[in-house]
Design a protein around this ligand. Structure first.
Ligand SMILES: *[C@@H]1O[C@H](CO)[C@@H](O)[C@H](O)[C@H]1NC(C)=O
Ligand SMILES: *[C@@H]1O[C@H](CO)[C@@H](O)[C@H](O)[C@H]1NC(C)=O
Ligand SMILES: *[C@@H]1O[C@H](CO)[C@@H](O)[C@H](O)[C@H]1NC(C)=O
Ligand SMILES: *[C@@H]1O[C@H](CO)[C@@H](O)[C@H](O)[C@H]1NC(C)=O
Ligand SMILES: *[C@@H]1O[C@H](CO)[C@@H](O)[C@H](O)[C@H]1NC(C)=O
Length: 525
């Protein structure tokens, strides 16, 4: 008497849902403007998203976040077997699992001094809520973290790990109070919470003053001397000492970048701590100093990422460094920062670089909103800033990018602390005076990727028919568990009906609400 038709499955599904007592906790909304909304969390409450539990073949899961107020809201639907329903006039997408592009490394944020200080400014219970939001399986399951080697502008003071002039043997190298008291303890908690393996990328901002041409930690300088000399060798060994010190605390790194923003094109701020390199200087530093130092250390599995700067430098930067096989043999990937992406089309920068150097991954290593001098620093509840994230993530994933790392995990109500007053926005804003934190639309836009597209997923073909209306922004993947994922952003002022045809499964028909982002997941076997 038990058939195996969809009706029977649906019956069990309803029973399961009714009996499912650990269902996700909803967002507690706080309206900041007419349509600006954040989700409020405190020591005892925070919204969650249950671990993904795929439905049998023929059904799909849909998670929806919208300007109208949905936050990762889960619904289920069924595939139609043959075709779209009669009279369907929507946008048609075709999911092609045999058309394969890049493998995905993952998604994450940055564990700066500012992030650690803000997290620790909350009560311990609220800190745990916050960390779980990003890393737990009831959160958005980040698997990437970026950490500055030493201070960056998002610190409360400029510092380095060895201030003793001309200590070429780094005898006086030691981690800072910020590492020992703030960043490492928080990191240990992150690693304990995360279900997915976390890959950490480390990036230096500045060398000690005695290695820099401007003789200061602050401001722009070059490394003294030239590649292969004691200044450059010492600076390369400084990376190794950092990795050693963190290894003592049982923290291992997946990768280092050779320098944060070596071209220094964007931040003309006088005191911004940085080392300037030309692409030729970076090539020579990698070839003669940093590459060999890593290869002959205990950290030879740590990958080396070049560039770590705006895509306006691409593909030129990659041509100079990777075009030289003696440098390229030490390199695994190319880091990119999202600033000014609007001005430099993805295809001519990322696409061109991928075609020249398909064996080197492209990874977004930094992005934030509010960095323009004229922009509001923290803009609580801004839907538009969330859309800027998801549009950029979709656009870059479609151009061979393997992952996307956001900037500070958490900032305060001013967008700091930052000792050069370079305040910006963050997906989580902490109000320590109230022991609360606010999850911005940016948090949920990122969630639509990070939670559902695990490391090892592969981007696949997702094409659409011609269509006169406003288009969706979409990208599709196959996960390591074989399931399909599609993320669809509707940035149009009206609802868009659409379908996705996946040969072996059928046709998914739905409507993407105006100003919304959704992730669909389904089993293919
Ligand atoms: C935390 O938030 C929940 C849900 O809004 C609320 O019921 C509770 O009173 C808050 N706790 C504190 C200590 O403010
Ligand atoms: C599938 O196609 C068959 C034959 O063309 C038709 O009879 C049937 O109603 C269709 N089923 C669905 C679910 O559209
Ligand atoms: C899917 O992609 C493969 C590989 O590119 C191609 O051979 C095939 O024709 C595509 N299938 C459809 C239905 O477009
Ligand atoms: C590192 O891990 C080992 C083995 O689990 C442990 O004994 C040691 O205390 C840890 N070291 C630190 C500094 O946490
Ligand atoms: C790499 O660059 C160095 C320094 O400019 C040069 O001496 C060397 O010949 C180059 N090697 C290759 C393989 O291009």
């Amino acid at each position: 008497m038990w058939g195996s038709g969809p009706g029977v499955w649906a019956f069990f599904l309803v029973l399961w849902m009714v009996g499912n007592t650990t269902a996700s906790r909803p967002c507690i909304p706080k309206f900041v403007g007419s349509d600006a909304m954040v989700c409020v969390c405190n020591a005892t409450y925070c919204d969650t998203v249950d671990p993904v539990c795929l439905l049998p073949k023929g059904y799909f899961l849909k998670y929806e976040t919208s300007k109208a107020g949905h936050r990762m809201e889960l619904t289920e639907g069924t595939f139609q077997l043959n075709s779209t329903s009669p009279g369907f006039l929507g946008l048609e997408y075709f999911f092609n699992a045999s058309e394969r592009y890049q493998y995905i490394k993952g998604f994450g944020g940055s564990h700066t001094d500012a992030a650690a200080i803000n997290i620790l400014s909350l009560s311990v219970a609220a800190q745990n809520q916050l960390l779980r939001c990003y890393f737990a399986d009831t959160g958005i399951e980040y698997n990437l973290l970026r950490m500055p080697i030493g201070s960056c502008d998002f610190s409360t003071r400029p510092y380095v790990y060895d201030d003793i002039a001309y200590d070429f043997d780094l005898k006086y190298f030691s981690l800072a109070e910020e590492d020992i008291k703030f960043r490492i303890p928080v990191l240990h908690r992150i690693l304990a919470i995360a279900e997915r393996p976390i890959s950490i990328v480390a990036s230096p901002w500045t060398a000690p003053a005695w290695l820099k041409s401007n003789d200061q930690i602050k401001g722009k300088g070059r490394l003294k001397g030239k590649a292969g000399d004691p200044f450059h060798k010492t600076w390369a060994n400084y990376f190794i000492r950092f990795l050693d010190e963190y290894a003592y605390y049982n923290v291992t790194f997946w990768a280092v970048t050779a320098q944060n923003e070596p071209a220094c094109s964007l931040f003309a701020m006088k005191d911004f701590p940085t080392i300037n390199y030309s692409p030729e200087e970076q090539r020579d530093f990698v070839m003669l100093d940093l590459g060999p130092a890593l290869a002959s250390s205990n950290h030879k599995d740590v990958l080396l990422i070049i560039h770590d700067d705006l895509r306006s430098n691409l593909p030129k930067w990659a041509k100079v460094v990777l075009g030289n096989s003696s440098a390229a043999k030490y390199v695994s990937g190319i880091g990119v920062h999202w600033y000014l992406d609007k001005v430099f089309p993805a295809e001519c920068t990322l696409g061109a670089t991928h075609r020249l150097f398909p064996d080197y991954f492209l990874l977004y290593t930094e992005a934030c909103n509010g960095y323009e001098t004229w922009a509001a620093k923290v803009d609580l509840g801004s839907w538009g800033r969330g859309v800027r994230y998801s549009k950029n993530i979709i656009d870059t994933l479609q151009n061979f990018v393997v992952g996307w790392i956001d900037w500070n995990l958490a900032l305060d109500m001013k967008g700091g602390p930052n000792w050069v007053k370079n305040f910006v926005d963050s997906p989580i804003i902490v109000d320590a005076t109230k022991d609360e934190f606010y999850k911005q639309p940016m948090f949920y836009h990122l969630a639509h990727f990070s939670k559902f597209i695990p490391e090892g997923s592969v981007r696949v073909g997702l094409t659409s028919n011609s269509w006169l209306g406003c288009r969706l922004h979409t990208v599709g993947f196959l996960r390591p568990d074989g399931a399909a994922v599609v993320v669809a952003l509707n940035n149009c002022f009206y609802d868009v009906p659409f379908s996705i045809t996946d040969g072996p499964v059928g046709v998914l028909e739905d409507v993407a609400r105006s100003y919304s982002i959704q992730t669909y997941l389904w089993k293919r076997a």
